[in-house]
Design a protein around this ligand. Sequence first.
Ligand SMILES: [Zn+2]
Length: 268
Amino acid sequence: MSARSLLITSALAVAAVTLVGCAPAAPAATEPSTTPAAEPAHWSYDGDTGPASWAEVDSSFETCAAGTDQSPIDLPATVPAPSTSIQLSADDAAGDVFDTGHAVEFESEGEGETLTFGGDEYSLQQMHAHVPSEHTVNGQPAAAELHLVNADADGKLLVLGILVTEGDASDAIAPFIEAATHVTDEEDVSLDIADVLPATLENYEYSGSLTTPPCTEDVQWVVMGTPISMSAEQIGTLEGAHSHNARPTQPLGDRVVVGGAAELGTED
Ligand SMILES: [Zn+2]
């Protein structure tokens, strides 16, 4: 399939971040050193170690409670008028699909998608799924949400969120879904990222955080205003791997959600 590119119009400044992605397994350009024997603190989506208690699970998770720019959020019913500019090129992405313990994740081998936002160039690090969606629109969750975690050379993060509604099956996401049925094999798959994106690319943009501990802030969010469709069976497969792995929405506070417009182009 030929490479495609798309232009997204948008204008938020990208704040600096030096951390691992929206889910724990993202490769990081500037991973902090840790003691070899350190066990990752256990957090979950339920009970004593659930979202309301993440800050108490480990002292390094305090931003989950103390932060003021947390994600996800409830988005307005309509995408605000576009005001900025992202350039995005998307092509086939090869990588492994595995289970992080909190989500099914596709880890890119460094190809597949690049984008320019706020003067910085980002590339796709990983994609994972939440069921149901983490972001809501006018208070309503979608059936699922994909997060395409991008990083720049300094480790700054930009997450493309794609909401999923139940309907026709998605051929583009099928290899990911298929691999999700046997993630213990850490299967190699190839995804056409351009085809995973919705046909209409206007989007919501705001500055937020990782939606998983340590809930680090200064993560740029770009959430597509138009959902993609997956079949009930495809959503069910993701749900079977991890059901309700969605953090509740967080207060918007002083932040402003702005809109971005998008244009799909082609490249050789
Ligand atoms: Zn996520």
